[in-house]
Design a protein around this ligand. Structure first.
Ligand code: NAD
Ligand code: 0WE
Length: 255
């Protein structure tokens, strides 16, 4: 068993119990980490408040990652509450609905900007806020998707933003390596979360994985959580700048 007793983890991107962030928070907590959970806005506060009692030694904080002032404030609050940080989980993505529905050719400048700001730039902003608190080194994790590399119908500008996010992981790994801070991404297979709701062909995507992935099934949030615990732990001390697939092997298949 991996033991994260005495470690402090902050997780961004909790919307509801189906969120990948929630599974990661649960698994980190099971491993012994203290948990700071961040939700985006007032609208999601109630949900966070209702879930938090399921964890041991957890607190909630509000932070919209598109807002520099809120990022600054949350790291001030985390410093007061914990004094240090060991693990940061970025489980946040957003593109305006039109951009992941309409023809990619018509992606607007503003929708491109928003997708990249929230889904990729925010990792840099969070890493910069967290680094001074990661005084004993640490692990930064983000969530990506294979649409960064291959074309999936409708993923559109999110695919471009995930490509930027994965490159950001590599540059941050190089930037923070000398402080003993590792930066990695988990590339998860498709999972029915809030972020997947309303995506027309989602069942088709899930079925394609069942049919073609080496394991002939889909992944669940808890499998992503287990990999997050590993990457956050000393067992992964030699791994940084890496994209780890948790997709039942789908990405290695050619047909
Ligand atoms: P989710 O909807 O539960 O999580 C997305 C989170 O992003 C939400 O909690 C939302 O509040 C947060 N968010 C959006 N804009 C924000 C902002 N401005 N400030 C702060 N938070 C903001 O869905 P999820 O599937 O758990 O997504 C988490 C991550 O996993 C995303 O990066 C997503 O791209 C990635 N991912 C998801 C899948 C999938 O199929 N569900 C597959 C691979 C990767
Ligand atoms: O990263 C994602 C989805 C992220 C996402 C979802 C939404 C829906 C609501 C970002 N922005 C928005 N904006 C909204 O208004 N995934 C990996 C899940 C996902 O989304 C897809 C997928 C998969 C998988 C969209 C098209 C095709 C496949």
């Amino acid at each position: 068993m991996i033991d994260l007793t005495g470690k402090v983890a902050v997780v961004f991107g909790l919307a509801n119990k189906r969120s990948i962030a929630w599974a990661i928070a649960q698994k980190l907590n099971e491993a012994g980490a203290r948990l700071a959970i961040c939700y985006q806005n007032e609208r999601l506060k109630k949900e966070a408040e209702s879930l938090i009692p399921e964890l041991r030694d957890a607190q909630i904080f509000q932070c919209d990652v598109s807002n520099d002032a809120e990022i600054e404030t949350v790291f001030e609050q985390l410093k007061i509450a914990y004094g240090k940080l060991d693990i940061v989980v970025h489980s946040v993505a957003f593109a305006p609905a039109d951009a992941i529905k309409n023809d990619f050719l018509f992606t607007t400048r503003e929708d491109f900007r928003i997708a990249h700001d929230i889904s990729a730039y925010s990792l840099i902003a969070l890493a910069r806020g967290a680094a001074p608190l990661m005084t004993e080194g640490g692990s930064i994790l983000t969530l990506t998707y294979y649409g960064s590399t291959k074309v999936f119908p409708n993923y559109n500008v999110m695919g471009v933003a995930k490509a930027a996010l994965e490159a950001t992981v590599r540059y941050l790994a190089a930037s923070l390596g000398s402080k003993g801070i590792r930066v990695n991404a988990i590339s998860a297979g498709p999972i029915k979360t809030l972020a997947a709701r309303g995506i027309g062909d989602f069942t088709k995507i899930l079925n394609a994985v069942e049919e073609r992935a080496p394991l002939h099934r889909n992944v669940d949030q808890l499998e992503v959580g287990n990999t997050a615990v590993f990457l956050a732990s000393p067992l992964a001390s030699g791994i940084t700048g890496e994209i780890t697939f948790v997709d039942c092997g789908y990405n290695v298949t050619g047909l």
